[in-house]
Design a protein around this ligand. Structure first.
Ligand SMILES: CC(C)(COP(=O)(O)OP(=O)(O)OC[C@H]1O[C@@H](n2cnc3c(N)ncnc32)[C@H](O)[C@@H]1OP(=O)(O)O)[C@@H](O)C(=O)NCCC(=O)NCCS
Length: 333
């Protein structure tokens, strides 16, 4: 079933009508999701895979291929151009021309190179690949928007139509202070992109020193570092607010916030939650999804020069539809 939130994402994606490459054309879920998105005219799609098989699947279902192109990397006239691009980008890291020829044939690399070359605005993969295999090409080729900042991910959690950003749910396993700081700033930007209030709480088991430990110090120092960066021209007028360390109840509940952090401009109404490690965030959002019935969209990469996103291998067709729409929205300038 397509939720109201997802319908809203599709409507928004229609306005930008971006081109998204889907490297996993062998997967029926991808073909079904691409059909829904193409029919809604929410994005143009490039599906990588076997042209005859994909055309036969669409014909069998009486679906139109309007708005969808199919590319088999092995036969693509652009293959050599992409291999050259990859070689240029990676030779300093020891990649040979021969390696580049072989690597460009990997569908996740080919799709990522299409984005880098400007032939697609974003890529979505991962229905049949690990997170590492999906995001590594993006980290190597698309790169972080700021050389000295790490890329992380966000999941949008939606309950009764209200959306929250959780970060980082997929990439950085045990973030340093600096990585937590980068994550908080990037998640604030993600919130803005999706029309969510950018009030960012950096979570811990402690609020304002109520608990002690290295982890508490790490989160507090990261929050202070991020607050300093918010004062720079890059963030002027964006309205991002960051505070930490805060417990989840202080971050979300106005009554608790009044008691535990009365001076905070975030506590009590945080909509962006930064978790101290991947275990906490990944377990946390999946519990909310399974026990509380929250919708979860993501993980979405944040802090990259162009959107490349990773699907869960258990993704349902609706999840993939949502992720294509989100990737297209991320591609809007
Ligand atoms: C994302 C991940 C795959 C990257 O690890 P890796 O492949 O070993 O990557 P490397 O350390 O070799 O780095 C590859 C490139 O990406 C860059 N990179 C890695 N992590 C990065 C980050 N968070 N931000 C920006 N760049 C990053 C490196 O600097 C390197 O760039 P370079 O080759 O141009 O110098 C790894 O962090 C990972 O496995 N994370 C956990 C994924 C997971 O299992 N998630 C749970 C499932 S939801």
């Amino acid at each position: 079933m397509i939720s109201d939130y997802l319908k809203g994402l599709i409507e928004r994606a229609k306005k930008g009508y971006k081109t998204i490459v889907l490297p996993e054309g062998e997967d029926e879920r991808i073909l079904q999701a691409a059909h829904v998105i193409a029919e809604a005219k929410a994005a143009r799609l490039i599906i990588l895979g076997d042209e005859e098989e994909i055309k036969a699947y669409y014909a069998k279902n009486n679906w139109s291929l309007d708005g969808i192109s199919i590319v088999k990397p092995e036969n693509s006239p652009k293959l050599q151009e992409y291999a050259n691009l990859l070689y240029d980008l990676r030779k300093a890291k020891g990649m040979t021309e021969e390696d580049a020829q072989k690597t460009a044939l990997n569908y996740n690399y080919f799709g990522t190179l299409m984005v880098k070359a400007g032939d697609a605005d974003g890529m979505l993969s991962g229905a049949n690949h690990s997170t590492a295999d999906t995001v590594r090409p993006a980290l190597q080729i698309i790169k972080s928007t700021h050389k000295d900042r790490s890329v992380s991910t966000a999941v949008l959690l939606v309950k009764d139509g209200e959306a929250f950003v959780f970060s980082d749910c997929a990439v950085i396993i045990d973030p340093t202070e600096k990585e937590l700081c980068d994550m908080a700033l990037a998640a604030g930007e993600t919130a803005i992109k999706f029309g969510i209030e950018p009030s960012v709480a950096m979570l811990s088991y402690s609020t304002r020193g109520s608990g002690k430990g290295e982890g508490v110090d790490k989160v507090r120092n990261a929050a202070n570092m991020a607050k300093e960066l918010l004062k720079t021209p890059e963030y002027a007028g964006k309205g991002i607010k960051i505070d930490g360390e805060l417990q989840a109840d202080a971050a979300l509940d106005a009554v608790v916030a009044k008691k535990k952090a009365p001076d905070s401009d975030v506590a009590g109404h945080a909509r962006v939650l930064i978790f101290p490690c991947l275990e906490a965030s990944n377990i946390g959002y999946k519990l909310l999804q399974r026990i509380c019935g929250c919708e979860a969209y993501g993980p979405l990469m944040q802090g990259l020069n162009a959107p490349v996103n990773d699907l869960s291998r258990g993704a349902l067709v609706e999840d993939i539809i949502g992720m294509i729409a989100l990737t297209a929205i991320q591609a809007e300038k």
